[in-house]
Design a protein around this ligand. Structure first.
Ligand SMILES: Cc1cc2nc3c(=O)[nH]c(=O)nc-3n(C[C@H](O)[C@H](O)[C@H](O)COP(=O)(O)OP(=O)(O)OC[C@H]3O[C@@H](n4cnc5c(N)ncnc54)[C@H](O)[C@@H]3O)c2cc1C
Length: 486
């Protein structure tokens, strides 16, 4: 079959590899000049930055992609398990190291935060149970196929559905688990891993703690973009054709069947079409979608304001992942989702890949990716917001790290919800499609196919099962299962 893939985000490339390995003739159309979408890289005067994802969990899904494509992971793609998941700096002056080793992490929480050790082990066991109950239903299968819902494993999971605590919020559940407000804040933060609000998102999402704390966080030896580079190479090896600088302007549908696409004015016929484009863009720009009104009502996930700084000094107190927490987390999320602005004491994330990838910065220097959560764009005054937030971030860094960071920033580039939207066509620059700020979110995400239009499939972070690298790879697998070999 001749198959078109719209978009070369990680979900699109992964699907292309799988379908080409089955013997199909796969062509990817990408509006940008290079692959990766949100997961790209920039080079700035001797500094290299991953532009988007920095946290890598469930690496076995990348390995699974190679296996499904009939290949083994190349030795060039090495990755390592992190010993330190993250360093946390609190407003009140406390610092905490989140060790990957649970005994060490527990000791740290007991000594520095006075937490009861059994609260930590109970919590992580519960997170593991949520994963066990939900993975098969919500992550690795379509939610929209009766035959999946009737599987024995799924029916067994449904009997335990009260244990996934969908009826509570993440924050509500965390308050019930921990004594220390600082630890509650630490675990609340996991809501931001899919662009949501811990005061609204269901406690089922506390499963994210399982991925990071029980299964582990990893980092590729050559940085995050090497994931894209390697699977792009894999796709080429499997015979996939890539057309860059090629914006798809419509999906052509005849008699309830997708029959082709338009690239500019040129109509091209295909047997199957896979969209890795943000679903909001598809619904509003590429087709006459049967559920357009309903999808347009859903709340986008948060976006980000990122400063890529070439810093000509080394900071031994920082690790690969670092968080400088804001002082009023509830207000921070209220500003983000209700007032659609950025709090003046925001939580600041600093990711320094040069801690592990030495070539990412010149000698004695570091490449800082400094990010705060931002509302998806709805016509805010971004120039003003970027200016004030930059100053608030600098003040916070100076206070937490006892420095004057501006003296050391020698190069700067900025990504905002506006530029993320322009570069990737995701609505308002949302990082993860729609938010998970309701207990029904998993069911409201766009399915991987439509019953009313044949030969059309959807992958990537804005559709089922959700945003982030592992879930995009899972979406590729779900779509692959829908399309037989030639
Ligand atoms: C700042 C930031 C931080 C993040 N942090 C993390 C993290 O730490 N861990 C994690 O797992 N995830 C993280 N994410 C989310 C993660 O990057 C995304 O979930 C994932 O990369 C989305 O992949 P995708 O397959 O949906 O495609 P996208 O990356 O959204 O790419 C879609 C591609 O399709 C192209 N396209 C769209 N429409 C068309 C069209 N009509 N014609 C041609 N081309 C089109 C776009 O140009 C783009 O290249 C982060 C994202 C950002 C931006």
């Amino acid at each position: 079959m001749k198959i078109a893939v719209i978009g070369s985000g990680i979900g699109g490339i992964a699907t292309a590899c799988r379908l080409a390995a089955k013997g199909h003739e796969v062509t990817v159309f990408e509006k940008n000049a290079s692959p990766g979408g949100k997961m790209s890289e920039i080079n700035l005067e001797g500094y290299r930055f991953d532009t988007g994802p920095s946290l890598f969990t469930l690496p076995e899904l990348v390995e699974d992609l190679y296996t499904a494509s009939g290949e083994t992971v190349p030795s060039a793609f090495a990755y390592h398990k992190l010993e330190v998941l993250c360093k946390y700096f609190y407003n009140s002056g406390e610092n905490l190291v989140a060790w990957s080793d649970q005994k060490k992490f527990t000791n740290e929480c007991v000594q520095k935060l006075g937490e009861d050790p059994s609260n930590i082990s109970k919590y992580l066991k519960k997170a593991s149970l949520i994963y066990k109950i939900t993975a098969d239903i919500f992550l690795f299968n379509s939610l929209h196929k009766a035959k999946n819902l009737l599987k024995f494993s799924v029916l067994k999971s449904l009997l335990q559905v009260n244990k996934i605590r969908f009826y509570k919020t993440m924050h509500g559940d965390n308050i019930d688990n921990f004594k220390s407000p600082l630890l509650i804040q630490l675990f609340d933060r996991y809501a931001t891993y899919n662009g949501s609000n811990p005061y609204k998102a269901p406690a089922t999402l506390n499963v994210i703690a399982h991925l990071e704390n029980n299964l582990g966080a990893y980092f590729p030896a050559q940085g995050m973009y090497s994931i894209v580079k390697n699977i792009y190479e894999l796709a080429l090896k499997k015979g996939v054709t890539f057309n860059f600088n090629s914006l798809v302007t419509s999906i052509d549908i005849k008699n309830k069947k997708a029959v082709g696409i338009k690239v500019g004015d040129k109509a091209l016929a295909f047997d199957k079409i896979i969209s890795d484009s943000d679903i909001n863009y598809v619904v509003n720009n590429l087709m006459d979608h049967p559920h357009k009104k309903r999808f347009n009502r859903l709340e986008p996930s948060s976006s980000a304001l990122v400063f890529y700084w070439g810093v000509n000094k080394e900071f031994p107190e920082l690790d690969l992942h670092n968080i400088l927490f804001g002082g009023d987390y509830k207000e921070e999320f209220n500003k983000l989702f209700q007032e659609k602005t950025i709090f003046n004491d925001p939580t600041v994330y600093i990711f320094v890949s040069s801690k592990l990838v030495k070539n990412d910065a010149p000698a004695n220097c570091e490449n800082w990716f400094v990010m705060v959560n931002a509302p998806s764009n709805s016509k805010e005054n971004w120039d003003e917001l970027i200016r004030t937030t930059r100053q608030n971030i600098i003040n916070k860094i100076n206070k937490s790290l006892h420095t004057n960071i501006e003296d050391y920033i020698e190069h700067e580039k900025i990504a905002s919800p506006l530029t993320i939207e322009q570069n990737t066509l995701s609505k308002g620059g949302a990082l993860y499609g729609n938010s998970s700020n309701s207990m029904f979110s998993a069911f409201l995400r766009h399915p991987n196919f439509l019953n009313s239009v044949k030969n059309l499939y959807f992958v990537g972070g804005s559709v089922h099962p959700g945003g982030g690298i592992p879930l995009c790879l899972a979406s590729a697998k779900i779509v692959d299962n829908e399309i037989p070999a030639k």
